[in-house]
Design a binder for this molecule. Structure first.
Ligand SMILES: NC(=O)c1ccc[n+]([C@@H]2O[C@H](COP(=O)([O-])OP(=O)(O)OC[C@H]3O[C@@H](n4cnc5c(N)ncnc54)[C@H](OP(=O)(O)O)[C@@H]3O)[C@@H](O)[C@H]2O)c1
Length: 323
């Protein structure tokens, strides 16, 4: 199959491109610049098209070059820690508009568009269990933006004749991304307990997924034969309280468990929107993705996953953890 991936240089995208190529697909990557560190050309992608999703003209051009594509996987986005609302709006909303318009204008005959969503769209359900039929109740500016972006895709799919699949991802951890760059780094570099700190009591439930499992799920969504629009929750078998996850990681790293930061202080540092997004308590069921797509998790819970990521970091650094 011919697959176009936006956000191909990202934490998830760069791994997904490799996985899709290994599964025999012809992959075209949409990248912001040729000089990206994980240049997809180096990993055997068919083509790299340079475009910024916030730039309408460059998107029109890029999608018309890509033309013969069966599946488009849209991963280009900014992480929730980026506070600049204008930038977030530009990438999430204008970027989605440009992408949809470019698909329509190039008359792509797509089998499917896949969009990566975050669990935050369910809002803070105080630890209740959600599944694909649960209502979105985004409570923060960021999660409302992400929900609106998804709605634009649902609307477009009615007129434009392509079906959509939404991967609602748990917090994706692995060697790279927020887990290594913020949490592991912050735990290791901690001096007098001041490094990574847990916002609030850490007693809120988070749904987690190892990046390899997230990538497997996205690849299955691209391959699978189902028709119509679908949402899939992609998380592991064991939602856990955030502090359990952090304490386990600290223990495996052999470093001190971090202190907690009162929520009012976290809000002062990070802003209420980010803190509310990161501390929403949700437990989600992964039954649908496992049964309908036959996803077999390599890392069914965070303990197996974190151990493997830390081993990976250690072996890449000659058994030293200094980052
Ligand atoms: N990681 C998680 O825990 C998590 C959880 C839930 C959902 N998701 C969703 O999964 C998707 C991928 O996440 P990720 O962790 O891989 O993100 P990431 O590492 O931050 O990568 C984001 C990608 O988007 C690209 N991008 C950003 N702005 C762009 C623009 N204006 N034009 C073109 N490309 C642009 C980046 O390109 P550059 O390399 O040029 O910056 C990068 O390739 C996102 O939609 C994210 O919201 C992630």
């Amino acid at each position: 199959m011919r697959i176009l991936v936006t956000g191909a240089t990202g934490f998830i995208g760069s791994r997904l491109v490799r996985r899709l190529i290994n599964r025999g697909h012809e992959v075209t990557c949409l990248v912001r610049s040729d000089g990206a560190i994980t240049n997809p050309k180096a990993i055997g992608a068919k083509e790299c098209i340079v475009a910024d999703i916030t730039n309408r003209e460059s998107m029109m051009k890029a999608i018309s070059i890509a033309k013969d594509v069966d599946v488009l996987i849209h991963l280009a986005a900014l992480n929730p820690l980026i506070k600049d609302r204008r930038l977030q709006y530009d990438v999430n909303i204008n970027g989605m508009r440009n992408l949809i318009d470019a698909i329509v204008s190039a008359r792509l005959t797509l089998k499917r568009v896949i969009y990566a969503q975050g669990m935050g769209v369910f809002g803070n359900v105080h630890g209740a269990i959600v599944d694909e039929d649960s209502q979105y109740r985004p409570e923060t500016w960021f999660t409302r933006l992400r929900s609106d972006a998804e709605m634009m895709l649902w609307d477009a799919s009615k007129d434009a004749g392509f079906s959509i699949s939404i991967a609602i991802l748990g917090d994706v951890y692995g060697n790279g991304g927020w887990f290594t760059n913020i949490m592991v780094k912050g735990l290791i570099k901690s001096i007098f307990g001041l490094g990574f700190m847990i916002p609030g009591a850490g007693d809120y439930y988070r749904c987690l997924i190892h990046v390899d499992d997230a990538v497997d799920a996205l690849a299955l969504m691209a391959d699978a034969d189902y028709t119509g629009n679908e949402r899939f929750i992609v998380c592991d078998d064991e939602p856990c309280m955030f502090r359990e996850f952090v304490y386990y990681t600290a223990d495996i790293l052999g470093v001190k468990r971090p202190p907690r930061m009162p929520l009012w202080l976290a809000r002062l540092f990070l802003g209420s929107d980010i803190v509310d997004t990161l501390t929403a308590s949700v437990r989600a069921s992964n039954a649908k993705v496992k049964h309908m797509l036959n996803l077999t998790l390599r890392y069914p819970d965070y303990r197996v996953g974190v151990r493997s990521v830390v081993d990976e970091i250690r072996s890449a650094r000659g058994n030293r953890l200094a980052i």
